[in-house]
Write a protein that binds this ligand. Structure first.
Ligand SMILES: N[C@@H](CCC(=O)N[C@@H](CS)C(=O)NCC(=O)O)C(=O)O
Length: 194
């Protein structure tokens, strides 16, 4: 299998960590690309030209991190059925990342969106984070897709939107994140070490 990724993509990081946790790396060749350069190898497999993108052992091209995550879990646990609670956390974290990335990309453009647009994206991230935090305080899975999704999303916020200062607002969640990140799979995929 081939997994196309870029080192700074939090969606790609999620499936790269998951593949390592599920002990699938002997079956996967990672291919580093810069999607904005529209590399031929990526374009030939997905006209979306986004990462992550997985070519499965049957030659299917899976162009979406949630799909790839479900495929990887099925490879490790053939009898796995959808874990809706985990998938829900994954979707919430992906939604937060979608908003974070639009803000990060917008800041790189010459013609920026107006401040109200940016503020509304940041407010959505903050309200989603507040909701996740309340649930996390009550109970949260110890491992698996929910943990990987949340850790990759939170670390992306720390990396690209430090002004949110989420770690200051939720110190217990920040402690949890640093414990999770203290593992070789996260170190190997740290976007700061590009
Ligand atoms: N919903 C997609 C999002 C993937 C995505 O937006 N990837 C970005 C990198 S973080 C990308 O490849 N962008 C390339 C581009 O927009 O040119 C997923 O979960 O896989």
């Amino acid at each position: 299998m081939e997994l196309f990724y870029s080192p700074t993509s939090p969606y790609a990081r999620k499936v790269r960590v998951l593949a390592r946790e599920l002990d699938l790396m002997s079956l996967i060749k990672e291919v580093k690309v810069v999607p904005s350069e529209k590399p031929e190898a990526l374009m030939a497999r997905t006209p979306l030209a986004r990462v992550p993108m997985l070519t499965t052992k049957d030659g299917l091209t899976l162009p979406e991190s949630s799909l790839i995550a479900r495929y990887l879990i099925k490879q490790h646990f053939p009898a796995a059925v959808p874990n809706w609670a985990d998938l829900r956390y994954e979707a919430l974290c992906s939604g937060m990342l979608d908003m974070a990335i639009t803000v990060v990309m917008d800041r790189r453009r010459e013609n920026h969106q107006d401040d109200a647009w940016i503020a509304s994206r940041l407010a959505n991230i903050q309200s989603t984070l507040a909701g996740i935090y309340e649930e996390w305080r009550e109970s949260f899975p110890e491992k698996g897709l929910a943990v990987v999704s949340l850790a990759c999303a939170l670390d992306y916020l720390s990396f690209r939107l430090p002004e949110l200062e989420w770690e200051k607002h939720y110190p217990a969640l920040a402690d949890w994140l640093h414990e999770v990140l203290d593992c070789q799979f996260y170190r190997q995929t740290d976007p700061r070490k590009v």
